[in-house]
Design a protein around this ligand. Structure first.
Ligand code: SF4
Length: 375
């Protein structure tokens, strides 16, 4: 007898798996749960709702063959919406990532992620909720842009002696005057987000004016000019006039660059003084592998006694988790960091962090995790 081709073997296996799930369903607690619900007026059939993709029901998610069909629909959807991403994803899946440079693989997966998010929302009829959540998340986006601006641009403009000459309070006064008089729409936000929105708008204007990026910068330029007209004799007016002389360029470009100069100067001063506990100013801790759990010695005479710092202690009530999971901005900070990590091929969470090869077997000795970041 000729051996079965691999795809038939895979289908047999899938069917077996389906039967196995069916068997489990007949005798497992799932059935008890469904019976319980049925007695409470919620029938098993009501759980088997139609999914948002025509021809599929909830129970199909437990069927390997139907799942495979659903996956193909997802790939086709991606290809139809964004052919370049669709083709790259298909190639990646077909080869199981073999031969892909890690950075390229990361890019394909992160580019495909928004499509998967939309597909899942469609599947479970939660598109309105997803759209709501997306709106809330996008409001926070300027913070991550501002973080990039602070850490990749602003702090690099100043040497130690120049930093010492910056007057952080005066710069903050000038910056808040600009915000309150030119960019007052941002005042509905918290302080960090308002400065981040102002900066993002100035950066868009700078890009539009210097790279012809197809964005109209006239409104932003008018906001800066309006603030200057009102504040000629105030701190903002003085600082702005000084930066106009220090920057290259003319006309609108010069206006935007001088305003950004003020944001740079204040951000650099605040970053190094650590006067703000803003997400935009956070940087990762260096990892000390010999001291991963930070301990203190509360009694100087008894050095062997050690425990966690008081600030880290959390009371446990029974077996409940003590971690409050953080705010949405906490979560987005982690996501932003992961994206940077992927771009740089540093996602050691999936690969481990490897020592230089000793002999032929490298040993994994640690993982960089988000918990190594400052809180
Ligand atoms: S190593 Fe940490 S920061 Fe990097 S991708 Fe993994 S979890 Fe994110």
């Amino acid at each position: 007898m000729r051996p079965k081709p691999p795809y038939l073997l895979a289908m047999d296996e899938a069917r077996c798996y389906h039967n196995y799930l069916h068997f489990l369903h007949k005798r497992s607690p799932i059935k008890t749960y469904m019976q319980f619900n049925s007695e409470n007026g919620s029938s098993p059939a009501s759980h088997d709702f139609e999914l948002g993709i025509s021809g599929f029901r909830f129970s199909d998610l437990f069927d390997a063959i139907k799942l495979a069909e659903l996956t193909e629909i997802f790939y086709s959807d991606v290809a139809a919406s964004e052919p370049v991403v669709g083709a790259a994803l298909k190639k990646y899946i077909d080869t199981r990532g073999d031969g892909f440079e890690k950075r390229a693989a990361s890019k394909i997966l992160t580019d495909a992620a928004p499509f998967l998010s939309a597909f899942i929302a469609r599947l479970f009829h939660i598109e309105p909720q997803r759209n709501e959540l997306e709106k809330e998340l996008l409001i926070q986006t300027p913070i991550w842009r501002f973080k990039f601006f602070v850490q990749r641009r602003a702090i690099k403009q100043y040497k130690a002696d120049q930093l010492a000459a910056l007057n952080e309070n005066e710069l903050w006064m000038g910056l808040t005057e600009l915000r309150n008089n030119g960019f007052d729409a941002t005042l509905v936000r918290d302080e960090e987000l308002s400065i981040a929105e102002l900066t993002a708008e100035l950066l868009d204007a700078e890009e539009a004016l210097t790279k012809d990026a197809g964005i109209n910068a006239s409104k932003t330029v008018a906001k800066v000019n309006r603030a200057f007209e009102k504040l000629k004799d105030k701190t903002f007016g003085r600082l702005f006039s000084q930066y106009v002389l220090e920057e290259d360029g003319t006309g609108d470009v010069l206006t935007v660059k001088a305003a950004l100069h003020l944001v740079e100067a204040w951000s650099a001063a605040a970053f190094f003084s650590k006067s703000r506990r803003w997400y935009s100013f956070r940087t990762p801790h260096a990892l000390d592998y010999q001291n991963l759990v930070h301990l203190i010695h509360p009694d100087q005479k008894l050095h062997n006694i050690m425990r966690g710092a008081d600030s880290e202690l959390r009371r446990r009530d029974g077996f409940k988790l003590t971690d409050d999971r953080g705010t949405m901005r906490d979560a987005l900070f982690e996501v932003d960091y992961c994206l940077i990590c992927h771009e740089r091929d540093k996602d050691s969470c999936s690969t481990g962090l490897r020592e230089p090869r000793v002999g032929s077997t490298p040993s994994v000795y640690a993982l960089e995790s988000s918990s190594s970041r400052p809180r």
